[in-house]
Design a protein around this ligand. Structure first.
Ligand SMILES: [Ca+2]
Length: 176
């Protein structure tokens, strides 16, 4: 009985994961197809919207949050900021095309102030945190030492606060 329960839960999980992959594949192919970045020197980046081009990085060396942001600054931008569902889908599709298996990436969100019961998140590009997509149970401020934010915890596109020293892939954005 217990074995059957485990098998059923595993099957359900696989089906849900498969359904999500199918949905994502559809979204990324049909709704958010690749559009090359029109900015000179950024032809291998993709257009996120009329304002930004982005590029996902997932290869050695993986970087901690500070180093990832510094790398994005070297490209003339910042870690990506996300302000609406369209941008979120664009960012997720860019990650998905690079790594069809779901893996974590740094995005530019970080905890800038931590007063008691008053937490302020900001984006490294200086924009306001006006859209949030936390994964269930996050942010959990584990050990009061999770001041940076990664994407793709448990599901594509859902966010987790994490210790900034973890090394991750990352997504940069530049203004067009
Ligand atoms: Ca967390």
């Amino acid at each position: 009985m217990r074995f059957m329960l485990v098998v059923t839960i595993c099957l359900l999980g696989a089906l849900m994961a498969s359904a999500q992959e199918t949905y994502l594949s559809y979204m990324c192919d049909i709704v958010h197809p690749v559009e090359a970045c029109p900015k000179e020197g950024k032809e291998d980046w993709v257009k996120l919207d009329d304002q930004y081009c982005i590029k996902a990085f997932f290869s050695q060396p993986f970087l901690n949050f500070t180093a990832a942001e510094a790398t994005c600054v070297q490209y003339g931008g910042h870690l990506v900021s996300i302000h609406n569902i369209q941008q979120l889908v664009g960012v997720v599709c860019t990650m998905y095309r690079l790594t069809p298996d779901r893996v974590p990436y740094w995005i530019g969100l970080y905890l800038s102030f931590n007063y008691e019961d008053y937490l302020v998140y900001d984006w490294t590009d200086g924009t306001t945190a006006d859209f949030l997509q936390w994964s269930y149970g996050q942010p959990n401020y584990f050990n009061n030492n999770q001041n940076c934010v990664e994407a793709n915890l448990n599901e594509w596109g859902f966010w987790n606060d994490l210790n900034c020293n973890y090394e991750r892939g990352y997504v940069c954005s530049v203004k067009i």
